[in-house]
Design a binder for this molecule. Structure first.
Ligand SMILES: [Zn+2]
Length: 333
């Protein structure tokens, strides 16, 4: 447990075996009510750290509300277990809907599973990815009736006025919180310092990478001296980090164009040829969940480039392939 400012603390919750390593849970305490931003997964290793941390801070859960930046299990898995009769929990609309509808992959025949299959994800790996998906394994113990938080809404806790900033991309209704006077920004998984947020896509209807880039530009002009992200270390130079993330995606998109210029590939095989920051000798040695997230990230780039007219799709035997004539690259995002 670490004090950031008066009435604001961070509890670093471990995520053993997960490349993210840990998640930051932020806790506001006040004489009236307390507020917790994100919690960790529903698993013993997380509970064993968060619960004693809250106790040490003297947090009365009866007077505590929860703000969840987005639906991923590492952010909301423990909310259900911590809620008391007087608690309220908030999330973005689309994320809350998806969480409730259980569109996180519980079955091979989920829309996500079908999309993965036509993207070339091999059947035996697909089964294993579904079973091992953290959304399934470490999700909440019971359904939480989330209240919907919207862009511009303000949560006041003690001396802090936290303004909701809608930042779709990492998920479709990802939310951040901005304390304008204190110039602090709670970025969830929208802006991370030591790692790049995973932008996933499993559908043709949405273009999350386009949304993500727009959401990065949306927050760029905000006056922020301290950015408090969902994972790893605090970010001091907010604007510099945003520019790095924008450039990262431009380079990644061009890497995809280069790959598709050489051969026509499914998303799964495109992902296998992209460079990944992971300790594994080859694509074959990637743990299946890392193949899953890599393929989802490849799809977000493929859809983005297809919508920009920079790559072409063709469907053969139920599989979706992409190709590029390589003539045009992405100059700016
Ligand atoms: Zn996330």
């Amino acid at each position: 447990m670490e004090k950031i400012l008066p009435g604001l603390y961070r509890i670093v919750v471990p995520l053993p075996g997960n490349p993210l390593k840990e998640i930051n849970s932020y806790v506001f305490t006040s004489d009236d009510r307390n507020l917790i931003i994100d919690t960790g997964m529903n698993r013993p290793a997380c509970k064993q750290v968060l619960e004693p941390g809250l106790e040490e801070l003297g947090v009365d859960l009866e007077k505590t509300d929860f703000f969840v930046t987005h639906l991923h299990a590492d952010h909301q898995g423990m909310v259900a277990g911590l809620m008391r009769e007087g608690s309220r929990a908030y999330m973005g609309e689309d994320d809350a809907y998806r969480l409730k509808a259980g569109t996180t992959p519980h079955a091979r025949r989920s829309p996500m599973g079908d999309y993965a299959a036509k993207s070339g994800f091999p059947n035996e790996e697909l089964q294993s990815a579904m079973v091992n998906h953290p959304g399934f394994k470490y999700g909440p113990e019971s359904v939480v009736d989330y209240l919907i938080a919207r862009d511009g809404e303000v949560f006041t806790v003690g001396d802090y006025n936290l303004e909701v900033v809608s930042t779709p991309g990492h998920t479709l209704s990802h939310l951040c919180l901005y304390e304008r006077d204190k110039k602090i920004f709670f970025s969830g998984d929208h802006v991370l310092g030591d790692i790049t947020p995973n932008i996933q896509n499993w559908s043709d209807e949405n273009d999350p990478l386009d949304l993500y880039i727009k959401s990065l530009k949306k927050v760029y002009d905000m006056d922020v001296t301290l950015c408090l992200p969902g994972h790893r270390s605090f970010i001091k130079d907010f604007k510099k980090r945003i520019l790095e993330l924008l450039e990262h995606h431009r380079l990644r998109a061009n890497e995809v164009i280069d790959i598709l210029e050489k051969e026509t590939l499914t998303a799964y095989w495109t992902a296998s040829k992209m460079t990944w920051d992971i300790v594994a000798k080859s694509w074959d040695d990637f743990p299946v969940m890392q193949k899953w997230f890599a393929t989802a990230e490849a799809i977000s780039h493929l859809i983005y480039l297809e919508n920009k007219g920079l790559i072409q799709r063709e469907v053969k035997d139920g599989l979706v392939f992409f190709s590029s004539d390589g003539k045009e690259k992405l100059q700016t995002v």
